[in-house]
Ligand binder design. Structure first.
Ligand SMILES: Cc1cc2nc3c(=O)[nH]c(=O)nc-3n(C[C@H](O)[C@H](O)[C@H](O)COP(=O)(O)OP(=O)(O)OC[C@H]3O[C@@H](n4cnc5c(N)ncnc54)[C@H](O)[C@@H]3O)c2cc1C
Length: 461
């Protein structure tokens, strides 16, 4: 059977371009498809913050020149009453996302990838239970055509244009619950005079009053520009993010001289989807729910997943013929889920725990220094080594509030169970249903025992 391409990637976002760069560089015919016109690819509403660590792992050069807005050395987490701060050290950047992504696009094209821009992915082509390419529509001419490939990638971000059009029997988990989405809104603003905050830190303000079930951020982009926004859990009766951001400006007396750009979007903030490899198809980035559930940062995770996926695809394209099967692509799922995916999955428990804390409880935890910045970093990035941190936290509240202590104990238990489950992601697709069930049980317990409605405990107390 002849195919138009070895690899077709739906969505030329961050994940799609890294993958396309790597399959094209390995010599495989690669097509990137995006609904945006070429010059707008990468124009995405974002907080623009990314940790430095991803670039070396994935093997691409760090943002520089016009792509780089500011070098960041730490994150400061601010308590709801604004009296306490946790400082988490770590190198990172705020970037000009369009310029950064245009560089990635040029790199992919220079290495031989092709681009079909202003083209919308309509649905996958499915034959004999395998994906064999995509049906696409040119948004300028209206022309619809079929393009075939040996492997197809859904990298269309939150839109998940391929995944959502799969028949139910092909994938174990297709939909993302609204409970697990962050509705985010942000402005890029300019100031006439330098604001009071430091320019080499980013600021995360935890308060359900301003961001129920989420947080508000200030990410400096140089001396006189900042990215200011918030993400909320879109639950019933939650005020709109636009209203909340306005209130935040008023109460914090933030008075920009100019709004450069404004906009919103959604990020899935949960464990990765259980199935990210199928016959002829893999899911990467937000389409696979790979963003960090705690803060919604997803650029770096999409890069890591794309990097792992490209290694597996390149290897299998070399050694197999025809459409790559689920067994061929499964090593991508195993490698991703057991590493980056396991860390993110454990963080879903922390997200649910935080959503259940009242502002008063967060004030208490930060005032009493129950957790330090370094310890928070350990919980976020080194789940395996964090058991002594958990013991210390639990000891510190032992004589404090009983309800809080109980929830922390449950969270510690579920956090390590979730991490362990992902580290044991099944070797074979046939073991997936039992594993999926196991993970769902852990999530169900977290929701039942840790989550409390932020609207109830903040606005209706
Ligand atoms: C307000 C906000 C703030 C954020 N802040 C941060 C942050 O500070 N740091 C961070 O790391 N992450 C942040 N994120 C999350 C981050 O943007 C995503 O996790 C990341 O972009 C995921 O990359 P991706 O490649 O999976 O998808 P995307 O970057 O979303 O790329 C998907 C691509 O697919 C294309 N596409 C979609 N549908 C179709 C279709 N039907 N046909 C053809 N093309 C299609 C789109 O045009 C797009 O180019 C934020 C998100 C939001 C909404």
């Amino acid at each position: 059977m002849d195919f138009n391409y070895d690899v077709i990637i739906a969505g030329a976002g961050i994940g799609g371009k890294i993958l396309g760069l790597k399959t094209a560089r390995a010599g495989y015919s690669t097509l990137l498809i995006d609904m945006k016109p070429r010059e707008k690819i990468g124009l995405k509403v974002c907080g623009d913050g990314i940790s430095a660590s991803y670039f070396d792992t994935v093997g691409i050069s760090k943002p520089q020149g016009e792509e780089l807005s500011a070098v960041i050395h730490s994150s400061e987490v601010i308590s709801p009453d604004r009296k306490h701060r946790l400082v988490v050290r770590g190198e990172g950047y705020t970037i000009d996302r369009l310029k950064f992504e245009q560089r990635l696009l040029n790199d992919a094209l220079r290495n031989g990838a092709e681009l079909m821009d202003s083209t919308s992915v309509i649905r996958p082509i499915i034959k004999n239970n395998e994906v064999r390419g995509l049906v696409v529509k040119n948004l300028e001419t209206g022309e619809i055509k079929e393009i075939t490939s040996r492997v197809t990638v859904d990298a269309t971000g939150q839109a998940s244009a391929v995944r959502l059009r799969l028949p139910d029997e092909m994938i174990i988990e297709k939909y993302i619950d609204r409970f697990d989405i962050a509705a985010a809104y942000r402005d890029i603003v300019a100031f006439d005079e330098e604001p009071e905050w430091g320019k080499d830190s980013i600021y995360i303000y935890l308060s359900h009053k301003y961001a129920p079930g989420g947080y508000t951020w200030i990410f400096p982009k140089g001396k006189l520009i900042a990215n200011i926004g918030l993400g909320v859990q879109p639950i019933k009766d939650a005020p709109t993010p636009v209203k909340l951001l306005k209130k935040f400006y008023e109460d914090w007396r933030i008075t920009p001289s100019k709004i450069i750009h404004t906009g919103g979007g959604f990020v899935p903030v949960r464990r990765p989807l259980s199935q990210i490899a199928l016959n002829g198809l893999i899911l990467v980035g937000d389409a696979a729910s790979q963003a960090n559930p705690l803060h919604g940062g997803g650029m770096g995770h999409a890069m890591i997943a794309a990097h792992i996926a490209a290694m597996v695809i390149n290897d299998r394209l070399e050694s197999k013929e025809g459409v790559l099967s689920i067994d061929d692509l499964w090593p991508y799922a195993v490698e991703y889920m057991r590493t980056d995916g396991a860390k993110n999955a454990a963080l879903e428990i922390i997200r649910i725990l935080l959503q259940g804390f009242t502002d008063d409880e967060i004030n208490f935890i930060m005032k009493e220094k129950i957790v330090s910045g370094e310890e928070l970093y350990e919980i976020e990035s080194k789940p395996k080594e964090s058991s002594s941190v958990w013991s210390k936290i639990i000891r510190a509240v032992m004589h404090g509030k009983f309800g809080l202590l109980n929830r922390l104990r449950i969270a510690r238990d579920l956090y390590s169970k979730m991490h362990e489950a992902f580290e044991q992601y099944p070797e074979k697709p046939s073991d997936l249903p039992a594993w999926h069930e196991r993970v769902n049980k852990i999530v169900g317990q977290a929701r039942e025992k840790l989550w409390r409605n932020p609207i109830e405990h903040t606005y209706r107390k």
